[in-house]
Design a protein around this ligand. Sequence first.
Ligand code: CA
Ligand code: CA
Length: 356
Amino acid sequence: MKHIRSIASALTAAALLTAAMPAHAAYSGPEEIGLALRPVSADSSLFIHDGTVYVSPAAAAAGAIIHTGVYIEAERADLAYIKLNLQSDCTDLTFDKDTFVNPSVTAYSTAQDFTLPDGTAFSTRFKPYALGCFNSSGTYITDCMWVMCNFLEDNSQFVLTWQHSYSETGPRSASFLGGVSDAFSLVDLDLHLAPGTAAGVHRVDYIEQSETENGQIVEETYVCSDDTPVGDKSGSVYTKVIPAMHGLEIAVASEEYQYFGDVLVSSAGYGLRGDVNRDGVVNSEDASIVLSYTAQNGLGGNASFSEDAAEHTLRLHLADADGKDAVNSTDASYILVYAAQAGLHGSADWSQVTGG
Ligand SMILES: [Ca+2]
Ligand SMILES: [Ca+2]
């Protein structure tokens, strides 16, 4: 089976990556049903920023587990059918079949309390689930029945088919939590990064279409919210055009200190370019720290960003905002300009600030 991808979907994916948009913000209309694969948490040696997982050379050498979930990001609250086909593009990045648990068998020994983003509180013994709903008496119920759920091809591919229920004409649409459902996953999937995974940017992505040997186009991932029979999706508003799907990117560094965009990856830790005190924000405080450092060194002092040698080296890299001529007052100026632009526009671009 040969996989093909339309230029439009590749461009969409590229645009979404560049924008580094939080997954939940990417959908503009209530009619769009997007599926997003998001990191939930990870091995503490990894760093998650804007939905991308960053891996240092040391972490890559040791191997790691990345916990992820597939989330439904719809505003509408009915679905009849979901066909999900996820594939890793790297043989060393696979789905961890051994940790997979079907949510239908996950129950707590006592009822647990949960609150949805809209304030609705409920209590349940079952693991909350994207396709859960409240019945007429306000009791939370789940329908976790999979029609099919499988790991394929050396665990590099995961396929799930969910269908609410059959009627004489096909699947029947089910109510679910709708816009607030993305508080809970559709399915939890751990990814396994094998020890020694090659440096580079790896992806786990949705397979949207593929072509069989006789030229037939098969839709590998789609969602339906109507009751069109499965074999005849012609009436579905989601046939052919699949609303935005977000895959997951995993960036593995090859060098001890390496930037992916604005994120510096190293075995000593991670950071954002210009965020010298590593509080997550680039602002005038960082510029002041750089100025004091350069002033002290200019007076023949032996300034340091931290008493810890590894932390000092990491911060030294973050302070070198333009990536040249070591750390000096020019870097402090760039940090101030960057902070001002971010303050004005909500975001800033280092290449524009430093002119290269
Ligand atoms: Ca800072
Ligand atoms: Ca510099």
